[in-house]
Design a protein around this ligand. Structure first.
Ligand code: ZN
Length: 241
């Protein structure tokens, strides 16, 4: 079985469509695994939900997904994120709201645990540092945990008692140590590479391939401005920050 690992789409339809084309050109997948934050920041939240739902998929809730429907407190969001969150809420149909409301914060499939942020705090904790990752390994039982939230592709590997942070290699070979894997962000990358990020997990070859896909960034930026969303949300896409 092959799975597409998608995180932090954030209402960026141009990026999401480019990723889906790349998945097709790479031989397709059996299922999409979405690590949350389908919406928030970007100009096409409802279209991104609809597009994901047209595919066989598994999805966990992100803080923006539940922020947009008023299910969690967003007082810790910065001003631009909070403004986008309120705007996003107004774009959603009753069906969209029910879909987001019905997502779980944790899903498990075989050797994989899926969460948005971290297995300890699935909606809020950023895993940037090896020390945080080391703690996280105590909070899930499977061999691997897939996370998003930081929008930075990376890999944390537990070797004995030692937890190491690695930049996301092009190909990760599974079957060895326990790992926490972040495939990067489809719709708002923050690692300095503005291309959409995602990964393909292949159970047969026991590998995860990290992919970067160019998309029409200027089109998304125009849409953000047209929709009256904060202009800074358009600007940051250009630098991948
Ligand atoms: Zn996010």
């Amino acid at each position: 079985m092959r799975y597409a690992l998608l995180a932090d789409i954030h209402g960026n339809l141009e990026a999401f469509e480019a990723v889906l084309r790349d998945i097709d050109m790479s031989g397709g997948v059996d299922e999409m695994w979405c690590l949350g934050d389908i919406v928030g920041y970007g100009p096409d939240p409802a279209a991104c939900i609809a597009l994901l739902r047209r595919h066989r998929h598994l999805c966990v809730a992100g803080n923006h997904d539940w922020g947009a429907i008023g299910r969690i407190d967003t007082s810790d969001f910065n001003a631009d994120a909070a403004a986008a969150c309120r705007w996003t809420g107004r774009q959603l149909s009753q069906g969209d709201i029910e879909y987001l409301d019905g997502l779980s914060t944790v899903e498990t499939r075989g050797d994989f645990t899926l969460v948005h942020a971290s297995p300890r705090e699935p909606l809020s904790e950023y895993i940037f540092a090896a020390a945080t990752a080391a703690e996280s390994f105590r909070h899930f039982d499977t061999r691997y945990c897939l996370v998003g939230h930081s929008h930075v592709p990376c890999l944390f590997e537990l070797a004995g008692e030692e937890c190491r942070r690695l930049d996301m290699p092009h190909v990760v070979s599974l079957g060895g140590n326990r790992c926490i894997i972040n495939p990067g962000s489809v719709g708002q990358p923050r690692d300095g590479d503005p291309r959409a990020g995602y990964a393909i997990c292949d159970e047969d070859t026991l590998s995860i391939r990290h992919r970067r896909v160019p998309y029409d960034i200027a089109a998304t930026q125009r849409r953000i401005v047209e929709c009256g969303l904060p202009p800074a949300l358009a600007e940051r896409l250009g630098g991948g920050r």
